[in-house]
Design a protein. Structure first.
Length: 269
């Protein structure tokens, strides 16, 4: 019995001793490691960020931007339904929506980007809800019937509507964090950072889309994760696509059309 008991306790005792020895050695190693005292140990020198000259004034296009509309023409735009030349009205350095000709979109396709645009609801506009200065910027439009991903444009100055359909909302998905709307007749600005969704070879979603929006300099969408395309009816869902156009909406509401100016985009890796 004495020998058997000794055998029973020999292995566990050895394990306890081994663990204790290992713990002692680890504590010794920790105590022996010198504390990082050189600030250079946490300095990063490469790669050096590229130099981008900013615009001369707030809202002006930086040096690496593609200027989509500079007040002169719509040469970089096309009619969304048939890719014919865009026929909205360019005048006095702005472009005004022509509801009879439909949506327009960029000829160039994009993936991830930073977008700046300015828009104006006519002074003295009437109507209420969604029938007052309605338009939108679609961040990835892949075809004439494509719903895409819309940031709503609307007169939300003293104008009640559903909150996920007011100005600066991710349409039917996310209300803005604040209502930063200026009165009709004044110029509004959107600064948008768009991270496109990615898809596997079979069309399955790999990573969702994200959007950050500043409305008149106020953060209103903070890296919001989209649930899919922004549909008018039903639940959002993703549909695989590649690079896509940026589209501006000619909404069919009866209110006078809105205008745009100073539109530029920066491609992001």
């Amino acid at each position: 019995m004495k020998n058997r008991n000794a055998r029973l306790f020999t292995a566990p005792a050895a394990m306890v001793f081994a663990f204790a020895l290992a713990g002692h050695s680890f504590a010794q190693a920790q105590a022996a490691a010198p504390a990082p005292t050189d600030p250079k140990a946490t300095e990063q020198w490469e790669p050096v960020p590229k130099i981008v000259a900013p615009g001369a004034t707030d809202g002006a296009a930086p040096a690496d931007a593609i200027v989509l509309f500079d007040g002169k023409n719509l040469d970089l735009w096309e009619t969304a339904k048939d890719a014919s030349p865009a026929r909205w009205k360019v005048h006095d350095g702005v472009v005004t929506v022509d509801k009879t000709t439909g949506n327009i979109q960029t000829k160039q396709r994009f993936k991830n980007y930073q977008l700046h645009l300015e828009w104006q609801v006519p002074q003295g506009i009437t109507g209420e809800g969604q029938a007052r200065g309605n338009s939108g910027v679609f961040l990835a439009s892949t075809g004439p019937g494509d719903e895409g991903y819309e940031i709503q444009i609307l007169d939300s100055y003293d104008n009640k509507t559903y909150v996920n359909g007011q100005a600066a909302s991710v349409y039917k998905q996310a209300p803005p964090l604040a209502n930063a709307m200026r009165a009709p007749g004044q110029w509004q600005s959107y600064d948008i950072v768009w991270t496109a969704p990615t898809f596997a070879a079979d069309g399955a979603l790999k990573s969702p889309a994200y959007v950050t929006v500043l409305h008149n300099g106020v953060l209103v969408q903070d890296h919001y994760e989209l649930k899919g395309e922004t549909v008018y009816i039903g639940k959002p869902k993703y549909k695989a696509y590649g690079d896509a156009a940026i589209k501006l909406q000619a909404h069919g509401d009866p209110s006078p059309p809105i205008s745009f100016r100073n539109i530029w985009v920066r491609k992001l890796n």
